[in-house]
Design a binder for this molecule. Structure first.
Ligand code: BJ8
Length: 425
């Protein structure tokens, strides 16, 4: 990394020694997991570059945007409407972190039995290693699961700019009214932060930009239906992860370029793996960068992942926002409609999620489902049991994995995943 970045990180208040250690682990993990794959589409070179510069060039771009008067908003959840943020020319970045860091310090603030995702966000903050968090002008928390909800009370003492959004837990008319009220409140907060008033034209433009990213991901997902699979699950996951960080227009173009290449592969009946390779659908908790443990185990055990029923995946990108409205009210209503369909396990009851899993199994011709739950994540671990039962009643083989971010259980997970793959072969 260049000296320029060092001074940029220093100015952001990062702990350079800890940050160097993080980049080293990240680089090594990427090398071993991503670059060791064979037969990758050439277009993934762009994503390799993005990952190599995820704390470098991308942060420099955000700092340049800030210098030009634009704002950066950090978020932990796909319920934060990017359309509203983009309508003010601000940038939304994902802060969900996918690695353990400074766990001893974290466990002084949070109970040990908190899910890895929440602990990770705290670890990155306490250790001062996340430039995205440090450069955010506003950090948005949301009242989703109890863990996140209560942890924001503590995070509020650690960051100067936390904004907490309330969210419904029931898909009722009252729930929808709450979501609408909260999105209107969020719109006002973003307007105040940026000094820009959102009108219909701005919201339409922001909506189209975000829809284009989603359409590119839909195109990629669609191509994964082919057998043999044209791209690994790891690479497709990476595109879904970069969705939360990259410049939206450049991201859309880069995903479309990969898709052009995949179409040519499919035309020639070529795949990233042979046709007989067992096809897996992953379902459950989100996998934030650099949480690649389970997909890596699955794909090095002889299977290929063909879809992610996850917020870093289809749950996060499934629906477009209707951009046909002409008034601000119509366009805001469309934003509310779109997000109210997200079938996160914090909702009760949550039957849509099960329907979507079954639908995805059929659509992507999956041979089995691996349900991924983070330890101590009540919503997804609780939902895993009925999901498993319902899938098995439909003769869809299912494996339930509960894990965290440590590498201690890799051997044990590998044994279970290999046995499952043998079973569905
Ligand atoms: S919309 S899935 S991104 S809340 S893993 S912190 S649920 S204890 S991440 Fe999520 Fe929004 Fe829902 Fe999606 Fe809690 Fe579970 Fe931890 Fe989780």
């Amino acid at each position: 990394m260049s000296e320029d970045y060092k001074s940029m990180w220093e100015n952001l208040g990062l702990d350079l020694a800890a940050h160097d250690a993080l980049l080293e682990v990240l680089g090594k993990g990427y090398q071993d997991i991503y670059l060791a794959q064979k037969n990758r589409p050439e277009g993934m070179g762009y994503f390799d570059f993005v990952m190599s510069e995820i704390h470098g060039l991308r942060i420099k771009e955000l700092m340049d945007e800030k210098a030009a008067g634009r704002k950066v908003i950090g978020s932990f959840c796909v319920f934060v409407p990017e359309e509203i943020v983009r309508a003010t020319d601000a940038t939304l970045v994902g802060l969900c972190t996918g690695a353990d860091f400074a766990m001893e310090e974290v466990e002084r603030l949070l109970p040990r039995n908190t899910c890895s995702l929440i602990k990770s966000a705290f670890g990155f903050n306490l250790a001062k290693v996340c430039p995205y968090m440090e450069c955010s002008d506003m950090i948005v928390g949301e009242n989703t699961c109890d863990g996140k909800k209560k942890s924001y009370e503590i995070l509020n003492d650690l960051v100067p700019n936390l904004y907490v959004m309330d969210l419904p837990q029931v898909k009722s008319a009252e729930g929808k009214a709450l979501l609408k009220a909260e999105y209107l409140r969020f719109k006002e907060a973003v307007e105040k932060l940026t000094g820009i008033t959102i009108d219909a034209d701005r919201l339409k433009k922001g909506t189209k930009m975000v829809n284009n990213k989603r359409k590119a991901i839909h195109r990629l997902s669609n191509l994964r239906k082919a057998n043999p699979a044209p791209i690994s699950g790891l690479d497709a996951l990476l595109a879904n992860q970069v969705f939360f960080y990259d410049d939206p227009v450049r991201f859309t173009d880069s995903v479309n370029k990969v898709c052009d290449e995949l179409e040519a592969r499919i035309e020639k009946k070529e795949g990233v793996v042979p046709k007989a390779t067992p096809r897996i659908l992953i379902s459950g908790c989100p996998m934030a960068v650099p949480n690649w443990k389970l997909p890596w185990i699955i794909e090095t055990a002889g299977a290929v992942i063909v879809g992610e029923e996850s917020c870093v995946g289809e749950r996060g990108t499934r629906n477009l926002t209707d951009d046909s409205g002409n008034t601000l009210d119509e366009l805001m209503e469309a934003v509310v409609d779109r997000y109210f369909k997200v079938d996160c396990a914090i909702f009760t009851p949550n039957p849509d999620r099960l329907d979507h899993i079954v639908e995805m199994v059929e659509k992507y011709q999956a041979d089995g489902v691996i349900h991924y739950g983070l330890q101590f994540c009540q919503p997804y671990l609780m939902e895993a049991m009925p999901v498993e039962k319902a899938l098995e009643a439909k003769n869809i083989p299912t494996l339930r994995i509960d894990t965290d971010y440590s590498m201690e259980d890799v051997g044990q997970l590998r044994t279970r995943v290999e046995a499952f793959i043998e079973l569905i072969k």
